[in-house]
Design a protein around this ligand. Structure first.
Ligand SMILES: [Fe+2]
Ligand SMILES: [Fe+2]
Length: 151
């Protein structure tokens, strides 16, 4: 599977989870707790395959350096909000507000990746190189999934 397809599949999964969680109310304690744990673990693995394989490769090219640097920062922002949500009781009225801010940030990040970043990637890499990169990413993903109990 080529690198961009690997990432797109993860993104679709995250988007679905975000929408499902947004519709929950403070009464759905278990759904929120479980959903958040799943999001956290999926996201951590996704960020690892990007930060350890995809971004460094892309950053070697001057054309994509700025967008990659921005993406690292966006991961940081999302992770910070995510940690804050984790420390907020799911029945607290601010939970949904924090969640919404995190969702918007994450959706924006995903859109930027699938737009400008993926477009640049297609220009810079041959299909065979993307295929190879995708294989490496899937292998790392598998290794991380077996290590993470929540995955
Ligand atoms: Fe990302
Ligand atoms: Fe991504």
């Amino acid at each position: 599977m080529d690198a961009l397809t690997v990432l797109k599949k993860d993104h679709d999964k995250v988007r679905t989870l975000l929408s499902e969680l947004e519709e929950t109310t403070e009464r759905a304690i278990k759904t929120r707790q479980e959903g958040l744990a799943r999001l956290k673990s999926d996201l951590a693995i996704h960020e690892q395959i990007e930060e350890r394989i995809f971004y460094p490769k892309l950053k070697e090219h001057a054309e994509s350096r700025a967008i990659v640097l921005e993406a690292y920062e966006e991961h940081d922002v999302v992770n910070t909000i995510l940690r804050e949500i984790e420390q907020t009781p799911v029945e607290d009225e601010t939970w949904a507000a924090k969640f919404k801010v995190m969702k918007e940030n994450l959706e924006h990040h995903i859109e930027e990746e699938e737009g400008e970043m993926f477009d640049t990637t297609r220009e810079l890499f041959e299909p065979s190189a993307l295929e190879e990169l995708g294989e490496q990413m899937m292998a790392l993903k598998e290794r991380l999934q077996t290590r993470s109990p929540a995955a």
